[in-house]
Design a binder for this molecule. Sequence first.
Ligand code: NAD
Ligand code: DAU
Length: 342
Amino acid sequence: MPSHSPRNMLVTGGAGFIGSAYVRLALADPRLERLTVLDKLTYAGNRANLDGVAGDPRFHFVQGDIADPAAVRTCLTGIDTVVNFAAETHVDRSIQDASSFVLTDVYGLHILLEASRSAGVERILHVSTDEVYGHVEHGSSSEDDCLLPRSPYAASKAGGDLLARAYFVTHGLPVVITRGSNTFGPRQYPEKLMPLFITNALDGLPVPVYGDGLQIREWISVDDHCRGIHTALTLGVPGNIYNVGSGHARTNLEVTLRILDLCGRGPDLIQHVEDRKAHDRRYSIDCTKLMSLGWHPERGLEPALAETVAWYKENQNWWRPLRGRADFVEHYQRTYKGTSTQ
Ligand code: NAD
Ligand code: DAU
């Protein structure tokens, strides 16, 4: 299979955590002629995430919704490559209200796939997640395992993932899908475990561990995840799915203790709170298929976590305004039953 070389890209959801890191990676290639970000700027989208590339003459930003056919059609003019990060992404929010998840992660993706078909794009990569497999007690999920999602977030991502594959099978749309594991690094909205616990710990606030904290996640640095996505985009075969993980499996308690230590705090800040509904106990993915394309995770968990903590220490002007916003405070109080964010 010849490699695919993007020249004019559309990156949807590119103002979010992983999408913005991917935009920086893609623009580092001088052969790329133009890159447009289409992002709705939901609570999780942040123009500041793209500050470093705003001056690049190849970079363009459009605020818009992937579920809006006219906006998507306009953005696709001249595009040869689409990478879709746009999604509602937080499991706890999907448990509280799943509507926006179905609208973006399933219906929005449908609009993007249809428009990409009409525009005749050469390659479209859809970013999916290891959560579509559901939790796995033993062993690791491989790409042809059945999907057994258990949260509304995971179910909406599984719906999108299956729809994307169906567009390859039915219409021959050149779709590649990646299923990544728990990702961490700079610029992650402070509702997910790592940025929430780091920013709480820096302020001496308790860190709310769900249940016994013995759930296991496979933690991958955002740089390794983005390189994995780019490898699948450029070297992967349309119609194929590629897992993107790290092999770094840790319990939430192990991760929490390490974060507290890196923030100069002790275990006394741990507060065991009511467990998440239908909390998946363990994820683990087999990444042999992506590795056969030459990719492998490069970042050790320890150094990447230490760098991440250092980034949040040094970039308080990035996260303090987010934690002060009404949507963050409301989400926090709803999820942690009235606990204060200060
Ligand atoms: P994020 O929540 O930080 O960012 C999502 C971005 O999508 C935001 O910029 C938001 O404004 C935008 N967006 C939301 N709805 C939109 C819409 N309708 N139209 C256009 N833009 C919209 O998410 P993230 O953590 O960067 O995740 C990116 C992708 O990677 C998602 O598809 C997610 O399912 C997947 N993923 C995430 C992880 C992880 O651990 N964070 C792991 C595996 C896969
Ligand atoms: O596995 C990939 C997925 O990883 C992505 O598809 C999702 O978009 C991303 O949000 C993430 O999902 P998780 O639910 O695993 O991530 P989160 O950071 O919300 O939680 C990680 C673990 O920590 C999980 O077992 C729940 C637990 N947790 C989380 C929060 C926010 C806590 O114990 N306390 C908390 O306050």
